[in-house]
Design a binder for this molecule. Structure first.
Ligand code: ADP
Length: 261
């Protein structure tokens, strides 16, 4: 059963076409990586799924329910970690998650247990400092906990590892890998080497179109069978990945070559 279906979705900001007939689906218990360089349309895609933007064409469903702009019906199914999460800096993580639990309508009998469970998951148990003093990595970890408070069917993480140091990135990737055992995940990034540590399927977004999508290991195997060294898949850091992503049309040509072989 599909947790998310994005069906022929287009998005224009006035004259600028940001998404052009994009379709993909994410089955239950899978982790989907949305890859693309800066400006490719990743954040726009995430905001459309969450219902924060209204598409200019197409439709999306979450667990079979249509996402309708301005209607919060599908929100209870989704946990969302935006690219720049914002918090009440004067609260401790425990106080903050309690507040989030209350806002999302979690029964008060469950809030304490859920808060402890999530603080453990993200390694912030016993941290009693105010959030305003947190590092970026700690804020991202708290953001994941916050997004999971209502036990969503789908966790959407927009660039959760961007601008983190290697240790911070590793912590986020370990947590997300853990989350995928129970929850369907979408993870957007311009760093494929991060995405492949968490995701089983990927879609590559370029100039508003989904160029390639499919099972990551099959994709890698197919390319290596063709004798193509996919540096793209071995990029070690953001800078290197970005360089290879600039060559995306080349990847696209390879796919077409494969189809004609
Ligand atoms: P990514 O997340 O892949 O970096 P975005 O979805 O943030 O890409 O942006 C895609 C394109 O849409 C960019 O050119 C950006 O400037 C443009 N864009 C995003 N939001 C808006 C908006 N609210 N109004 C006008 N243009 C926008």
């Amino acid at each position: 059963m599909e947790v998310l279906k994005v069906d022929n979705v287009s998005m224009k900001f006035e004259e600028l076409t940001v998404l052009n007939h994009v379709s993909f689906s994410v089955p239950k218990h899978s982790a989907f990586g949305l890859i693309g360089k800066n400006g490719a349309g990743k954040t726009t895609t995430m905001k459309l799924i969450v219902g924060l933007l209204k598409p200019t064409g197409g439709k999306m469903t979450v667990c079979g329910e249509q996402v309708i702009y301005g209607n919060t019906k599908t929100n209870r199914l989704i946990g969302y970690l935006p690219d720049v999460p914002e918090f009440y800096g004067y609260l401790t993580p425990k106080e903050y998650l309690k507040l989030c639990g209350e806002i999302t309508g979690l029964p008060s009998s469950q809030i304490k247990k859920k808060t402890e469970e999530l603080l453990n998951l993200v390694g912030l148990e016993g941290v009693n400092r105010k959030i305003g003093s947190f590092s970026r990595g700690m804020k991202q970890r708290l953001g994941i906990a916050q997004a999971l408070i209502n036990e969503p069917k789908l966790l959407i993480c927009d660039e959760p590892t961007s601008a983190l140091d290697p240790m911070g990135r590793k912590e986020i990737l370990d947590i997300l890998r853990d989350v995928t055992k129970k929850t369907t995940v979408i993870f957007s990034s311009h760093i494929l080497s991060d995405v492949e540590k968490v995701c089983d399927t990927i879609g590559i977004l370029n100039q508003g179109q989904l160029l390639l999508q499919g099972n990551l290991s099959e994709m890698k195997e197919n390319y290596s069978k063709m004798g193509v060294r996919m540096d793209f898949f071995n990029a070690k850091d953001a800078e290197e990945a970005e360089k290879v992503l600039v060559d995306l049309p080349f990847v696209f040509k390879l796919e077409r070559l494969e189809m004609t072989l």
